[in-house]
Design a binder for this molecule. Sequence first.
Ligand SMILES: [Zn+2]
Length: 430
Amino acid sequence: MTLFRGTVLDTPDDPFAGGSLRATADAGLLVHDGVITERGDFGDLHARHPDEDVVDLSGGLVLPGFVDTHVHFPQVRAIGGLGLPLLDWLEQCALPEEARLADLGYAESVAAEFVSGLAQAGTTTAMVFGAHFAPAVDALFTEAARVGLRVTSGLVVSDRLLRPELLTTPQRAYDEGKALAERWHGVGRTRYAVIPRFSLSCGNELLDSCSQLLKDVEECYFTSHINENTREIATVARLFDLSHYLETYDQHDLIGRRSILAHNVHPTDAELKVLASRDASVSHCPTSNSALGSGLFPLTRHLAYGVRVALGTDVGAGTGFSMLKEALQAYFMQALLSEQGFQLEPAHLLHLVTNAGANALGLADQAGDLSVGKRFDAQWLCPAADTTFDVALRNASGAEDALAKAFTLGTTADVRGVWVDGEPIDVSVI
Ligand SMILES: [Zn+2]
């Protein structure tokens, strides 16, 4: 057993439903076989368990590991392609890079950089958009398993309107996806997701094959994009004779409790109603939406309809792996929406990057906060002495204020340690 010591902040009670931040100064968390078995005052716990190893994380903050619900494995090296709207950015920045993952050696290097990027940012769980090439997806799962992160991912499929080397057929998509799922779904911390890139690049037969795979792999996940950009939405409307974008997926039974749709910046009320009725989740990606000029996310409308919302970095349209930055950008965007925006407090931000993501991924019983009975998936955020973040933390008026400082000033460089199931994660690129 290990006794972790530190100032612990988490949000087991949903702040969007009246809950508030839970803050325990000088807390002790006793961890046995990866599970938190006791939580309380460090002095009390240490007195009762004097022989256990102590990991002292005093100074800074201990937070639950972050959950990134939308991030693209093949786009690590495409981060920073500023100045373009979605479809031009895909054409000029993202897709040429994604095509390079046909080379397995290249894909293995990117997989190492990608998994390390998540871990360095304090992210312990992620829904990952894989590559268009099965061996590259296998390389991603192999690296995620080696490092020890909780990764749900899969083969990305398309059969039209992208560069030819990224296209597949419905049968091949099914066969390759099935083989990957058999190898990785429910193995250790990895799980499989069916991933059509977006309906713009996927015809009905391909979406049918996705539907079949989703049915054939028990408790399989689904993820894709929706309603990101007005030109994309207009193109999808031309390609499908349906009442709205969501129906392109929903008519193939792809939308349910284990579905996460990225963006949804421009939803209709009908779509929000269907998303809520299917209990599906939306991944809001604010730095990506800002960088591509996609629009301001209507969080208030999602909440009004009862649609689950979590956050994603959307690397590489997003500006990096930091969920601290992502949460701050979410706050900015709601502030810019003035009376139509939702006034996000620090506890809301923490919840969006932890419990909300774990909930979207069906992992709420294991991750998302640091309660007794959950796995010890955590990070130690501790700035170097005398940096502005350090000064701000030392002078914070209380836990809420300290958390606000963390979201405002914290970076990946301040993540001093990361644990999954109580085991330290090596964040270096091998
Ligand atoms: Zn994306």
